[in-house]
Design a protein around this ligand. Structure first.
Ligand code: ZN
Ligand code: FE
Length: 256
């Protein structure tokens, strides 16, 4: 089995997993790179897994379904009204059995109300909820929902490899370093990421164990982050959710 990250648009990745015959594609915002890959490797399309309704994650579905009419398109149930083409809807707790892999669905609302993640074969596909060293913007849900969704992902095993929807890692790490400057794991990850990006390589996947040690949005209980937040907004004894909301608002205005 092979995993490929097809770059799309400015910084999206379309994740494609395949054996000798068939592929599973996650969040194909654009059909063209997927069709090119499948055709040049002579493989079919078994299924498409969608994490949320945004166009940069779903825009290629209509054309893929036209080219591979047997492919099953899985869409998040609570985002489905905003997705034009799909075959089945899924939500938290559902299981998807495909020819060479099995996935469990997790509800992770916040970025959109219906955002879901797919977990299986030691891999996590989490769209725009968790990024390496960062997290998605809270567009439709509440800060509490997003905090809870990230907590759900934080509970996953350290060995699970995280595949998110965008290459935002470098910029995210610069923010992470600002709020937690003495985190040595973070400094090490930043060096690795600088080397990868110099060679124009993806910084993904990344193990959840690394994310738990370096991603400030999964570290709202870190003493150094709590202190940074206190100084930034003048909160006395912030709860973890307050720390999270502050980090998210701070990051929205942060520029390199
Ligand atoms: Zn999105
Ligand atoms: Fe996106």
């Amino acid at each position: 089995m092979k995993m490929v990250g097809l770059p799309a648009f400015k910084d999206n990745y379309i994740w494609l997993q395949h054996d000798a015959k068939k592929a599973i594609v996650v969040d194909p915002g654009d059909a063209e790179p997927v069709l090119d890959y499948l055709q040049s490797n002579k493989i079919g399309l078994e299924a498409v897994l969608l994490t949320h309704h945004h166009h940069d994650h779903t825009g290629g579905v209509r054309e893929l379904k036209k080219a591979f009419t047997d492919a099953i398109i899985y869409a998040p149930r609570n985002d489905a009204s905003k997705i034009a083409v799909f075959d089945k809807t899924v939500s938290g707790g559902d299981q998807i059995t495909l020819s060479f892999s099995e996935f469990i669905v997790l509800d992770i609302p916040g970025h959109t109300l219906g955002h879901i993640a797919y977990v299986g074969e030691n891999k996590l596909f989490c769209g725009d909820t968790l990024f390496s060293a960062g997290c998605g913007r809270v567009f439709e849900g509440t800060m509490v929902q997003m905090y809870q969704s990230l907590s759900r992902l934080k509970a996953l095993d350290n060995e699970i490899e995280m595949y998110c929807g965008h290459e935002y890692t470098y910029a995210n790490l610069l923010f992470a370093k600002t709020v937690e400057p003495n985190n040595l794991f973070l400094q090490k990850r930043l060096q690795e990421v600088i080397h990868l990006r110099e060679k124009n390589q993806a910084t993904l996947p990344v193990k959840m164990g690394i994310e738990k040690m370096t991603n400030p949005f999964l570290r709202c209980d870190s003493a150094e982050i709590v202190t940074s937040v206190k100084q930034h907004v003048g909160l006395e004894n912030p709860t973890p959710v307050e720390v999270f909301s502050c980090l998210r608002a701070w990051k929205n205005k942060f520029s390199i």
